[in-house]
Structure formats: C-alpha cells, structure tokens
Write a protein that binds this ligand. Structure first.
Ligand code: 6PG
Length: 502
C-alpha cells in the first residue's frame, strides 16, 4: 500500500536528498510506514515516485508525501519520530524550530542523522531539553549503505533509543557470527548501537571519518609509488589491490580502489584515474578530527597528515611550478625486484592502517574519559564491521582485541597486533625508506611509522625540549630523580647557574 491515513506513519524523514531518500526507502523495505518531506519539490516528487514503486511490493511499508510540516506531524503515530537528513549546521536548528512552531510535542523524538559537529549536538541537546526528545544518529555508508544497510552510531536520550532501536536495527547493516556482512534481508547482528549521551555518536562518526581520510590517503600513497616508481599501469595496480582485497587487507576502500583503477573513462577509454584532476575536496569531518586531536593532545598524526595531503593536493599550480624548480637527487628505482617491493608495500599498508586505527581509538578514549561517556570500543569496532565506509575484515580482530581487554592501553599492544607488526614492520620501514630515496611522498605511511616508533621509545628527546623551554622562557622542568609534580628552573647565566625549586 502506498497511501496512508492520518497518524499511521512510524517515522518521518525530513530532507529527501541522496541520504534521506535512501534511508526512507530502506525503512519502507523493512515494512515501516514513512512520511517524507523536503522543501525541494523535485526531491519530494522523486522520493514519492520511487517510494510508490517500492510500496507496491509485498511486505513493504506505506509512504506519505507531506506538503508541509503540519502534515508531517499529523501523519505520525505518537510519540512522533522525525529524522532529519539536512546539511549540518544552522539548518538543523531552523528545521527543529519550525517543527516546534508546527506543533511538535515534548514527548516527540527528533533525530539528527547528518554529519553534525558533535559539540553542536551537545548544545542542541541542552537547548531543546524539555521541548522535545533530541536524539542523534550518525550514518555511515554513503548512498548505497543508507539504502541497503548503513552503520548507525546513535546517542542522546536513552528512552528515545529504546523507542527507535527496532527501526534502526532493522535498517542497519548486519554481520554473521564470523563478523562478515550478510544481505539486506538476512538475519544477523545489527551494525547499529547506542553509544552514549548526546554528542557521543556524532563524535565516534567524526573519528570514523578521520580514519577514513587516513585509510584513503594510505591507499593513494601506495598507488602513487607503484605508478611512478614501479611503472605499473592503473589496471595492473587495480589487479594487485583486488588480490590484496582477498587477504588481511580486505576492506571496502580497498575493493573500490581496485575497481576504480580497473575502470576506463567512458569518454576517452583511458584509465579513469588518469583523467581525474588531482585536487582533493573535503567537507570537514577529517579536519574536525585532526583539530580535536591537537586540542586534546591525543596524537592522531596520520589523520592530520591525511588532511594536510588533501590541502597540498589543492595547491596544484604551486606544485606545477615546484615540479620544474625544485631539483633534488633521487633514486629513480628501489633496489629490490618489483614483486619484493609490492610485498613490502602490502605490509606497509597493513601496519600503517593498524597505526591509524590505534590513533583513532586512542583519541576516542581520551575524549570518552574527558566527557565521561564510557565508550565501549569493542562495540564500536563491531558496528564498523559492515555498512560503513571503513568496514574491513580486520575490524573483527579489533573487536576481539577490545573484547579480551576493554581497557587496552593502545590497540597496537594487543597480542595479535604486536605479532603482526613484528612480522610485517620490515616492509613498512622499507616503504618509508623507498619513499624518501625516490622522492615519492608518503606523508601518511611515514607518519604512521613515526607514531609507532615514538610509541616504542621509552625515552624521547623531550628532555632537551623541556630544557630549551626553561632556557629561554623559564618554563620549568621536572627531574627524573624527584617527583614529577616538583618543578624546577635553572638560572642559565653562566656566572651564577643554580637550580631554583618552584
Ligand atoms: C560515510 C562518509 C560520509 C562522507 C564524508 C566524507 O561514512 O558515509 O564518511 O560521511 O563521505 O562526509 O566526505 P569528504 O571526503 O567530502 O569530507
């Protein structure tokens, strides 16, 4: 059935762009009645015709196309559940304020499904307290994920979660008992979870995107090296990536990279990547993650490098000039055979990915402690196993690591990963050395290795750094032979050098 009477919809979707429409169709697929609204007539009509077509099939929900927010409210079962799929920013509040003006009640639930900044979500939770039940659910998986099974990271009012949980679990991606994705209508463990108070879900999604930025950059660096130094064609690199995707590197990003590299441009028939302008765009979630890492002093250098790499790619005209002006001695090739170098790159990519995830989880841990969220990292790794953009086979290993030790100090300390990195770190080091020798930049792979090496250093040169700070700014230092809380300063003029206790 495609037309509903008043108060029969289980949920309304406001914003029927790519993500909103796909989520609405997914809800219909799972048998829920949905109301759709968008200020764009074109979006409304497109969603209406696709929803009507779907609703004709057996066991599907019904769809109502609302003309305004009053109709949205009238169409819903109480308490009303209204999901917003609108651009992050002020528009979220503008729509909520319009809903309140149209008669939204304090028991009604409004869910922000966009990529909102987590601190905005916290502020909205406060702002609307008592006026409505504000809830958020960050969605990962792009258009296809939203349509057939995304990963859903929910947070906010716990009662609201209890109410929407059956819907979210029904539409989310699912995994089988081995942690592998199953089909849209198959039974399995849902990739939807309540992660904590307001802001927690959007925060976890932000870090997911930071990891996504780094993961993409790592793959791009390997492609760059293979293309420029190993002289491999895009097609050939795609073939290697497809092979890697059958092993420990299996992931959605590896799969699509293999596919992209083996696809010709429909216009020229050249390899598609060869006709794409090498200037990366970004909407900002990777930047937010990097800024958060810097602000919290929880190092996620590879995520920051991935953001910088996008920025430097954007400086195309400067790079064109640099390519002519900046001469340096480079080694055109690396010493080993092509096969051996490819094997090293494989291990470099694996270890670098692991280092990135360790950085991301460490950052989440720092914020979880600060905010008092008590994030469950095994659960987060679990819901990232399917549906989301960074889904990868090794998220099952990460799940296992946090299930064995919920308080793991760093992901790289898990037994499984200690051993993996030990076995594969030579390839990681060789890739970074080859990057330096051949002049092919690997900012993300290099920084992932530096993070790992710093993690292995009992002593870092911050002793000299503290002395420098004390020398020019009397910023004080702690001594190894005194409690850390005791602060000292040296009067640095040679005539009267003495230590002061502060
Ligand atoms: C997802 C994606 C999605 C989107 C990001 C990244 O999890 O489904 O992360 O949220 O692709 O906004 O976009 P940019 O690369 O443009 O920043």
């Amino acid at each position: 059935m495609s037309s509903l009477n008043l108060s029969q919809s289980n949920i309304a979707m406001i914003g029927l762009g790519v993500m909103g429409k796909s989520l609405a169709l997914n809800l219909l697929d799972q048998g829920f009645n949905v109301t759709g609204f968008d200020i764009s007539e074109a979006h409304r009509e497109r969603a209406d015709s696709e929803a009507k077509e779907l609703a004709q099939q057996a066991n599907k929900g019904g769809f109502v196309k609302a003309a305004d927010l009053k109709q949205v409210l009238d169409s819903l079962v109480k308490p009303r559940v209204i999901a917003l799929s609108v651009p992050a920013g002020n528009i979220v509040e503008a729509v909520i304020d319009d809903l309140l003006a149209a008669g939204l009640e304090s028991d009604d639930i409004v869910i922000d499904t966009g990529n909102s900044l987590w601190t905005d979500t916290e502020a909205r939770d406060q702002k609307y307290h008592g006026k409505l039940r504000f809830f958020s659910t960050a969605v990962s998986g792009g258009e296809v994920g939203a349509r057939t099974g995304p990963a859903l990271m929910a947070s906010g009012d716990k009662d609201a979660w209890n109410y929407v949980q059956p819907m979210w679990e029904a539409i989310s991606a699912k995994v089988d008992e081995n942690g592998l994705p199953v089909g849209q209508f198959d039974k399995g463990e849902p990739c939807a979870a309540y992660l904590g108070p307001a802001g927690a879900g959007h925060y976890v999604k932000m870090v997911h995107n930071g990891i996504e930025y780094a993961d993409m950059q790592l793959i791009c660096e390997v492609y760059h090296f293979m293309y420029d130094v190993l002289d491999m064609s895009a097609q050939e690199i795609g073939g290697v990536f497809a092979k890697w995707n059958r092993g420990v590197l299996n992931s959605y990003l590896m799969e699509i990279s293999a596919d992209i590299l083996q696809t010709p441009d429909p216009v020229t028939q050249k390899p598609f990547v060869e006709i794409v302008l090498d200037k990366a765009g970004q909407k900002g979630t990777g930047l937010w993650t990097a800024v958060n890492s810097l602000q919290e002093g929880a190092p996620a250098p590879t995520i920051a490098q991935a953001v910088f790499a996008r920025a430097q790619s954007g400086q195309k005209s400067i790079r064109v000039n640099g390519s002519k002006l900046l001469k340096t001695h480079v080694q055109p090739q690396c010493g080993l055979s092509k096969e051996e170098t490819i094997a090293e790159l494989h291990d470099a990519l694996y270890c670098a990915k692991l280092s990135v995830y360790a950085q991301g989880f460490d950052l989440m841990n720092a914020t979880s402690i600060k905010e008092g969220w008590d994030l469950d990292f095994a659960h987060i790794a679990k819901i990232w196993r399917a549906g989301c953009i960074i889904r990868a086979i090794f998220l099952q290993d990460i799940t296992n690591a946090y299930q064995s030790d919920a308080n793991l100090e760093n992901l790289l300390f898990a037994d499984r990963f200690v051993e993996e990195v030990h076995n594969r770190s030579f390839g990681w080091r060789a890739a970074v050395a080859n990057s330096a020798l051949t002049g092919i930049p690997m900012p993300a792979i290099s920084s992932s290795l530096s993070y790992f090496d710093a993690l292995r250093c009992e002593t870092l040169p911050a002793n000299l750094l503290q002395a420098q700070r004390d020398y020019f700014g009397a910023h004080t230092y702690s001594r190894l032979d005194e409690p850390e809380s005791s602060k000292f300063h040296i009067t640095w003029s040679e005539a009267e050098r003495k230590q002061l206790i502060l």
